[in-house]
Design a protein around this ligand. Structure first.
Ligand SMILES: Cc1ncc(COP(=O)(O)O)c(C=O)c1O
Length: 368
């Protein structure tokens, strides 16, 4: 049996007529940049996230960047985040002129360890950016309590977690601002680049809207230097259609993950711990294994595609050598990156494919 790690083509087959009609509507209205479809998507996605505002932009990276700028983060500031993430989280911090300050993960969850944040705070700390890695909510209550005590805003990097719930509440509604990515492979993926911020705060929303379009509040009057971070009309149209399917796709992802977990119960693999009070959006299903690259090759030989998210934590990337970290700086993140393996997961995958992939992994890893 062949099981790709990821496949978007099957989904398009089910949406094709609707999508082509929506793209045609955008062409007929010539609303290629922002426009009606994007405005409607903003309303629908804000409601979905249980947030007051949504500002659609051209990528998740731009969404994190504008979130921080709208909160006033700038040169000389420090922003706390996890090194166990896609580099964009840290890059967006760097774009503002602030310095990313890494805090290691809780090895049980792979998300930022709330207990390690307080010792990393300084008088320059201007924001905390937890990442809901693999669609699984970070443990936000202790971080929110600390943030409120210290009056430091929290930006959720929800780029992988559309629709996840933390203690019953949607991610994207929990901090001062949240950032989402609609990169095509995401649970809610555009047909190109896309992203959005969500917030309850009117002033933050207003600043982000202006920064998205050249710092403009009135046409051709620019109060500050902004960006061209506008979302395409096509992406708004596609995302509106896909948003209607998101909950069903997420439920399917969760069911497939349940099967994986059942089949891997006795195997010599470690799975991230999910709190039973939360609902993960299961962007990826990862397992931690010894000798990961050999396990990957053995899975590939049996037709099971895998990926690695991510092979190197951000603090060890060449791009961040200037921060002066070395192996050993954040040992839990380093160990996670050495051992992590992303198994096949997408809503159109069959139950048989998931069971086969799980059984092959269990066989290769051996029994506990
Ligand atoms: C955790 C995280 N943050 C930020 C981003 C950046 O999003 P984008 O690729 O849309 O710029 C991504 C996307 O890959 C991500 O996974």
């Amino acid at each position: 049996m062949d099981v790709p790690q990821f496949d978007l083509t099957a989904q398009y087959a089910t949406l094709r007529d609707e999508i082509l009609a929506a793209l045609d509507r955008v062409c007929r209205n010539a609303s290629f940049v922002l426009g009606d479809e994007v405005a409607q998507f903003e309303r629908e996605f804000a409601a979905y996230c249980e947030a007051k505002h949504c500002i659609a932009v051209n990528s998740g990276t731009s969404a994190v960047h504008l979130s921080l700028l709208a909160l006033g983060v700038g040169p000389g500031d420090e922003v706390i985040t996890t090194p166990n993430t896609f580099i964009a989280t840290a890059e967006a911090i760097s774009y503002t002129g602030a310095r990313p300050v890494f805090v290691d993960i809780d090895p049980a969850t792979a998300n930022i360890d709330p207990r390690r944040i307080e010792p990393a705070l300084t008088s320059r700390t201007k924001a905390i950016v937890p990442v809901h890695l693999y669609g699984r909510p970070a443990d936000l209550d202790p971080i929110l309590a600390l943030a409120a005590r210290q009056k430091i805003p929290l930006v959720e990097d929800a780029c992988q977690a559309h629709g996840a719930r933390y203690r019953g509440r949607r991610v994207g509604s929990l901090g001062a601002v949240a950032a989402f990515s609609f990169y095509p492979s995401k649970n809610l993926g555009a047909y190109g680049e896309g992203g959005a911020l969500t917030t309850h705060d009117d002033a933050v929303a207003e600043r982000a809207r202006a920064l998205r379009v050249h710092g403009e509040r009135r046409r051709y009057f620019h109060d500050q230097i902004g960006f061209n971070y506008r979302m395409d009309g096509f992406q708004g149209a596609v995302l509106r259609i896909k948003l209607r399917h998101l909950d069903a796709w997420t439920a399917r992802r969760r069911e497939l993950v349940r099967r994986y977990r059942e089949r891997l119960a006795g195997a010599r693999v470690t799975l991230p711990h999910d709190d039973a009070r939360d609902e993960a959006a299961d962007y990826l299903f990862v397992a931690y294994v010894d000798d990961r690259d050999a396990v990957r090759a053995a899975l590939a030989a049996r037709g099971v595609g895998t990926a690695v998210h991510y092979p190197l934590p951000v603090h060890l990337q060449q791009a961040y050598a200037g921060l002066g970290h070395a192996r050993g700086s954040f040992p839990h993140s380093e160990r996670a990156c050495d051992r992590v393996l992303s198994m096949p997961l997408f809503p159109e995958m069959t139950t048989e494919q998931a069971e086969y992939a799980a059984d092959v992994l269990a066989e290769i890893a051996g029994a506990r």
